[in-house]
Write a protein that binds this ligand. Sequence first.
Ligand SMILES: Cc1ncc(COP(=O)(O)O)c(C=O)c1O
Length: 371
Amino acid sequence: MERGNTVQKAAKHPLADVPEGKLESLNALQAAFRLDARPGKADLMCGVYQTRGGKSYVLPSVKLAREKLFNDSNWEHEYPSSHLGEAEFRNTSARLLFGEQSSVLMENRLSSMQALGASGACHMGARFLKMHYGPYKSNPERKVYIPRETWVNHPNVFQDVRFDTAGLPYYNFVTHRFDFKQFDDALKQIPTQSIIVLQVCGNNPTGCDPSPDEWQQLAHTFKAMNHFAFLDLSYPGFATGNVADDCAPIRLFVDIDIPFLVAVTYGKCFGLYGERVGHLCMPMPTAESAVRADQQMKLLARAETGAQPRFGAKLVSITLGDSSLKKIWEEDLRGLAQDLMDRRKTLKSELLKHDTLRDWSFVTNQTGMFL
Ligand SMILES: Cc1ncc(COP(=O)(O)O)c(C=O)c1O
């Protein structure tokens, strides 16, 4: 190419050498599943509830909420009123998760932002901690601790914001249960004020949650060690069929005053996977510090997504804000959790037909969608 008197060689495209992306084994398995032509195949990999015929499922309550929204002639398509997302969604979600009478809400100590599903909420939470978590600022080498058996993307989320990560023992491959002792011992051996990632219920991929008694003991370990809990609540309602019951660990952590945040998605319990309805909630020590945390979250949101999508958030707040719709949704969710348990029972009895020597009781002892 000629520029004035000099002739320049066409430069190689600056992105020509982008390296191959190494996707984890789950992606390879999913690709193999798609290619498998056998009619009886079943997808046990993805955290999506489908009909027994493997079709997408829309909750009846969500269909009603959708209808209500579509019939609302005042429905407009403005930006949400705040960079933190739909105010109504954040308020109704917070009341659902923490309980109407929670001290965090009564004392205006909750800082929160709408996020792009639990992935987005985890990412924003990780970014927030990277910027503001005091104990790590003085020592950036400190690690975020993540159960070895967890959602495959958890380590990516933290490594992406330049946290070092380390694994914690979680699943006992012999008993097929949560290994409380090993996990609790590990929490006592790592530095105080460590950040620990933990799923609240319906654990992906183990199906094993701590029991209520184990949560009590874990809460005391968190308290004694001054650890920070990074909670992931992706399957509220999937363990017991009741969101308040599944949120008991969150309320326990509030009561015992453990510093934590919770990254929530309504993708699963409303079946709104692709609408990206997440909520990052962070109880702060005072109302005044919550205002500052909100300001910091706004800065993060502005730099990252500008504004959050409104459609799914509206469906959630319409449902939770209407007592009769909320009842239908609660019933939907109970039915969904029951159906998952029924499928476990069927699977266990089928497995027993083929192998009577092995103990298959874990299939029905575990909860949620994963096995
Ligand atoms: C434990 C856990 N966290 C987060 C996510 C991501 O959820 P979302 O699709 O809302 O981003 C999933 C999805 O499968 C999950 O299982």
